[in-house]
Ligand binder design. Structure first.
Ligand code: GLN
Length: 295
C-alpha cells in the first residue's frame, strides 16, 4: 500500500506510543526529517508525498530501532548542544542540556575577565561538545581536549572540524592528566572543565534502558559513590592550573556538597560555588586555585 509522509508518520507514532516512547509524535517527525534529509518543519509542506518502498523500509527500520530503545540521537546521528549540531555515535555520551550550564558559566566567566587569552583544558571530552562550544563562543582561547577513548576522540575531532574550530583544539588520547606529564615543564591552563562519569556504579542498573544499554558505560560510571573522577580532578589539577585559575565541573544532581567537601579537604581551592540548572539542582561546582605555594 502506498504510504505518504504524513500517513507513515502517524503509523510510526502509534508504534512508538505503544512501545512507551514518551514523545512519539516528535520522534516520528525527527526520524522522517532524517530520512528525507530536511528540517522537520518542511515535512508538513510535502505531507502528501508518496514514499518509495525503499524509503518505507528505511523509515520503519529506524522506528524499530527506537522501539528497541536505541537513543534517537544515535539513530539520526546528531544532537543539538549550545545551538550547534554535534555528530554523535555509540562511542560517546549524547550531550545533555544540563551540561550547557557548565559551558555558559565558562563563557560568562571569560567575558567578565575580558581581554585575555585563555588556555582551557577539557577532561574527558567525549563528543567534544564542551570543548567545541567553548572554542566557538570564546574567540580568544585555545582548548586542550583529553579523552581515554580514541574512538570518542574521532567524534570530537569531527565536531571540531565541522564547526571550524579544529585548529584551536588539541585532541589528546590518555587517562586524565597522565598525557600532560610528558609535555613541556610548567604546562598550565587558566581553566579546567569536565563532565566526568559520575553515576555511582550500583545506580547504573536503575538508569533508563536507552542510557544503560546504549551509551558508553565508561562515560557514566563514576565508581562506588560516583565521586572517583572528582577526587582525581581535584588532586591532580593544581599542578596544571595557573594561580587563581578556574576549576569547573558538572556534577550529579545530589553531589555538589560532596564535591565541595573534596575540594575543601584538598586544600588548594577557594571561592567554591555551586551553579543551579533549570530544574533547580546544583549542577556545576566551580572553584579557584589558591596558588601552588599556598596549598
Ligand atoms: N547526565 C548523565 C545522565 O544522567 C550522566 C553524565 C555523566 O556521568 N557525566 O545519564
Amino acid at each position: 500500500m502506498p504510504l505518504n509522509i504524513i500517513k507513515a508518520m502517524k503509523k510510526a507514532q502509534t508504534q512508538l506510543d505503544e512501545a512507551g516512547i514518551e514523545s512519539g509524535q516528535l520522534e516520528a517527525g525527527m526520524l522522517m526529517a532524517h530520512l528525507m534529509g530536511c528540517e522537520r518543519t518542511y515535512l508538513y509542506l510535502d505531507r502528501e508525498r508518496v514514499l518509495s518502498p525503499q524509503q518505507i523500509q528505511d523509515y520503519f527500520n529506524m522506528v524499530k530501532m527506537r522501539v528497541q530503545r536505541t537513543p534517537i540521537h544515535y539513530i539520526i546521528g546528531y544532537r543539538e548542544f549550545m545551538g550547534l549540531k554535534f555528530y554523535v555515535n555509540e562511542n560517546v555520551l549524547i550531550p545533555r542540556p544540563d551540561t550547557e550550564v557548565l559551558v555558559e558559566y565558562v563563557i560568562n566567566y571569560c567575558k567578565n575577565v575580558g581581554d585575555h587569552f585563555f588556555k582551557i583544558l577539557d577532561m574527558g571530552t567525549g563528543s567534544g561538545a564542551i570543548a567545541v562550544s567553548l572554542a566557538k563562543y570564546i574567540e580568544n582561547c585555545k582548548v586542550t581536549a583529553i579523552d581515554i577513548d580514541d574512538q570518542a576522540l574521532l567524534v570530537a575531532k569531527k565536531n571540531g572540524t565541522a564547526h571550524g574550530v579544529g585548529d584551536r583544539i588539541e585532541f589528546i588520547q590518555g587517562d586524565l592528566f597522565y598525557p600532560l606529564k610528558d609535555k613541556e615543564d610548567n604546562l598550565k591552563f587558566h581553566i579546567m572543565v569536565s563532565n566526568p562519569p559520575y553515576i555511582p556504579t550500583a545506580d547504573i542498573e536503575e538508569l533508563e534502558v536507552q542510557v544503560k544499554d546504549y551509551e558508553p558505560l565508561k562515560a557514566l560510571d563514576g565508581g562506588r559513590e560516583g565521586l572517583d573522577y572528582y577526587r582525581r580532578l581535584a588532586k591532580e589539577a593544581p599542578k596544571f592550573l595557573y594561580d587563581d585559575g578556574l576549576w569547573a565541573v558538572e556534577v550529579g544532581y545530589n553531589q555538589a556538597h560532596q564535591v565541595g567537601d573534596i575540594l575543601r579537604d584538598q586544600g588548594c581551592y577557594h571561592n567554591i560555588e555551586f551553579i543551579k540548572d533549570l530544574s533547580g539542582y546544583n549542577r556545576v561546582v566551580v572553584a579557584r586555585m589558591k596558588g601552588v605555594e599556598k596549598c
